[in-house]
Ligand binder design. Sequence first.
Ligand code: C2O
Length: 535
Amino acid sequence: AAIKTYQFDIQVANVSRLCHAKPIVTVNGMYPGPTIYVREGDRLQINVTNHAQYNMSIHWHGLKQYRNGWADGPAYITQCPIQTGNNYVYDFNVTGQRGTLWWHAHILWLRATVYGAIVIMPQQGTPFPFPQPDREEVLLLGEWWNADVEAVEKQGNMLGLPPNSSDAHTINGKAGPLFPCSEKHTFAMEVEKGKTYLLRIINSALNDELFFGIAGHKMTVVEIDAVYTKPFTTSSLLIAPGQTTNVIVRADQIPGRYFMSARVFMDAPLAVDNKTATAIFQYKGIPTTVLPSLSQLPALNDSSFALGYNKKLRSLNSQKYPANVPLKVDRHLFYTIGLGMNSCPTCLNGTRLTASLNNISFVMPQTALLQAHYLNKKGVFTTDFPDRPQTTFNYTGAPLTANLKTNTGTRISKIAFNSTVELVLQDTNLLTVESHPFHLHGYNFFVVGTGIGNFDQKKDPAKYNLIDPPERNTVGVPTGGWTAIRFRADNPGVWFFHCHLELHTGWGLKTAFVVENGPGPDHSVLPPPKDLPAC
Ligand code: C2O
């Protein structure tokens, strides 16, 4: 196995988009940041040096970091942030994983501009389980704000209301020609008739689930969240913040210019759509003066497309890539997802929006949870996060204003090493129903079931897919519905679990699992690296 090293300089760069120029925080002055190329089995050492005025931490989204949460990155969960002028080397092995993942800042809203792709090639001599493509391309879907993103975040914190939403979606940092001053900020990918392409698509947007499609072309989905899937063909795909999707596309149409578009999927009330990003699927030799054809994407609020699409996602579950779904469950968890209002003395009108799991809105600690856990330091967190809600109610029925007030605390759940966990996530109609992409650090999980309405403990488990459910690290809980996941808690440490909509994370839609050490030194959290940042 090789050691691959990268230098990440966190620095401010001036970038202009949509006729607005502003300084943004970047890695090495690049927006989006550099792609990390690594091979399964390699060791990565990424030296992050912070030259910006903000504290920084970087998360390697989807990398399992076995026993090594020190390299995971979420600020105040596994490490204290890297302060201005300091550096930290994220040092970790890439084992048992191959495919597309990504990295992003995991502090404040800085991931708006601090993000990039991670491409893990299979081991030498191991082919893909699908025909080898002629070429590949990374497509990072993102969001652009004309205003300073930290100012937007602060405005939300002060008002206690949702801050301004972004001004455009982007593909590889570019919004495309449908926006003012953006003709020159259009990503184009050159293709040749008859060749096949592997597209590594990543949703790095802060707050929007997205549809993606290429005019006139079909895509074959072969991988999600760095796990191979049973291939299926589709003209549009759906991807939530945090998720990745690999597709194979054949340039099999009349040579021309075709739009690739990314547009929001939002079936919550009051959704709007004016931010569609476009890029160009450009056949070689076609002059750039030719107008591109527009792609057809499902309607903004097409929940039936969303449900149907998610049902098609299946693990490959082949002999070489088996799906080891836990069949017996040691620990049953049931978490309700709620939005609510809480009092907020520092907010302009004395209240603010909050978000909660089991009516508990998570309070960020002042020091990293993993350190507190490792050093057995008391008073940083409590392990009394409830396994189920305190009160049961008609979750997706009429909202109960009595349930709007939430409790707060740095409360997390303790999980026994190697136990199997089932977690049902139930959306509720407190304030409003909305879809939530939940991400678990340190693990992949199997999505064994999903449905609309209230989860039915008697009937729904019988319908679970325990054969070839999709395995991933981020899953959408449908608007007004539920999702059931299973995983084996074989990775000791403290692992963040949160909604990957930055807005909701900020409002407290998060908790963590502390997975205890297993027997013997080989199943315990590794000692912390010497350069681990201090708070
Ligand atoms: Cu991609 Cu905790 O996040």
